[in-house]
Design a binder for this molecule. Structure first.
Ligand code: EPZ
Length: 422
């Protein structure tokens, strides 16, 4: 197992380029199955979860190769199995997208139930509700979701919960449903729009992605295409927060500023300087700070609200803010596992139900830390970079799931971070 050793107190300075969006890639790769033809996917992040999805599709019979620039060519025509179970699948939440893709293409699927993880139960009842509305018979047996359909017909589906996964998964199946499908109370995240754009590039007819109501005309024949996934707004937000926490000055390249409005606004509320610009090719955001942040309050909400995935990194910044911050986690019921680890560094944080009260302290001090999930790990890296002294962070395989070349990117910004293979 690997761990990080970080010597804190170094200002992050310089420029970093953001990689492709994890949560777009994990949906678009399985979506290739819907066309039955070869697709070339560009700007995919080199992260563990992408490697797992690639391995799953290959095990199902897809032919996957990489071009010299790292793009992924997927030919799904050789897929011969529609039952995907086992550890690899249940260990990765996004494997549920195989349900929508296989049902849409082959009218049958058997997928291991996705694991909940440290942040909550993470049920898939809304996914199942949508698939049933489209005409699929679905049973849960032996730890797997089994779906079959003679035909898929368009339906009007109202999501009880704004769910990114359910919105995307239903889109994937609805592409093959004859007639019109309406998904109401849909998630509006940038990666939902990215998946819709990819489906349309393959010849689908998806309108309204990015709004509460998505309308689709299904039953069209899809073809292969070339597609580049959007930049990862959560990775970008993580670097913005790290720049602020280390009182640094960082230019974050290859971003879409509108995707970052909630985090930019919150950082400016803290007294951090955030400016946007473009270098003629890409947009960038510049983040600089030279003093302790002001305390602020945060409520995580579906997009365009403050993203739950940046709640944990933001808490690492607010741990040394001037004043008390109140952070309400409205999306997941157990997303405070990083709090005891921050407390080891001297943070003063109390939790009552879904609200954390962060009493800002002057400084954090390095400590031996343990990551419990992906974004908790990111929060600990930020805290360790800002703290005085040395920290170690174990269980960093969680971080590898969602951040491409994290230690290399941070070292290029002046961080003293080493990855140690035990
Ligand atoms: C996606 O998870 C992301 N994962 C998460 O990112 C992200 O935090 C989340 O969306 C919210 O933005 C991927 O895209 C792979 P949801 P997902 O369905 O789809 C409840 C990261 O760090 N719900 O929008 O699982 C659910 O319990 C990860 O990159 C139901 O009740 O999230 C939660 O409370 C963490 N029934 C809320 O909805 C359902 O059928 C939002 O979940 C589905 C969800």
């Amino acid at each position: 197992m690997a761990y990080y050793r970080i010597n804190g107190g170094k200002r992050l300075e310089g420029a970093v380029t953001i990689s492709g969006a994890k949560n777009a890639a994990l949906a678009i790769i399985p979506a290739v199955i819907l066309s039955g033809e070869s697709c070339l996917l560009e700007n995919l992040p080199e992260i563990e979860d992408v490697r797992i999805v690639e391995e799953i599709l290959t095990s199902m019979g897809a032919d996957i190769s990489r071009t010299p620039d790292g793009s992924m060519r997927i030919d799904p025509s050789g897929i011969s199995t529609f039952s995907v179970t086992g550890e690899m699948v249940s260990s990765m939440r996004a494997s549920y997208y195989l349900l929508g893709a296989l049902l849409g293409r082959y009218k049958k699927a058997e997928i291991a139930l996705p694991g909940g993880c440290a942040i909550g139960q993470r049920p898939i009842d809304q996914h199942i509700k949508g698939m049933r509305a489209l005409g699929a018979d679905i049973v849960i047996q032996g730890g797997a979701v089994k779906a079959r359909a003679d035909r898929l017909r368009g339906a009007e589906i109202y999501l009880d919960v704004v769910s990114v996964g359910a919105t995307i998964n239903i889109m994937l199946a609805a592409v093959a449903a004859e007639g019109q499908t309406i998904i109401a109370n849909a998630a509006k995240e940038p990666h939902v729009v990215d998946v819709a754009n990819f489906l349309n590039m393959m010849g689908a007819n998806v309108k309204g992605a990015g709004t509460d109501v998505i309308r689709m005309q299904g039953g069209r024949r899809l073809h292969g295409c070339t597609y580049a996934v959007i930049p990862d707004q959560i990775e970008a937000g993580t670097f913005m927060i790290a720049a602020a926490a280390t009182r640094g000055d960082v230019i974050i390249n290859n971003v879409i500023p509108t995707h970052l409005e909630a985090i930019s606004a919150k950082l400016m509320e803290c007294g951090v300087t955030v400016t946007e610009g473009d270098d003629g090719r890409d947009f960038f955001i510049r983040v600089s700070a030279d003093k302790r942040p002001r305390a602020v309050n945060i409520k995580t909400l579906p997009y365009p609200g403050f993203p739950t995935d940046l709640q944990q990194p933001m808490m690492a910044l607010l741990a040394t803010a001037e004043g008390n911050s109140f952070i309400m986690e409205n999306i997941f019921e157990n997303r405070f596992n990083h709090v005891p680890e921050l407390a080891k560094m001297g943070a003063s944080i109390s939790i009552s139900s879904r609200t954390a009260t962060v009493e800002g302290v002057e400084k954090l001090y390095g400590a031996p830390l343990c990551a419990s999930d992906l974004r908790a790990g990111a929060a600990l890296v930020i805290a360790a970079l800002a703290a005085e002294g040395e920290s170690t962070i174990s269980q960093i395989h969680f971080i590898d799931r969602g951040y491409e070349f994290l230690e290399q990117k941070l070292r290029a910004l002046g961080a003293d971070i080493m990855r140690i293979e035990e």
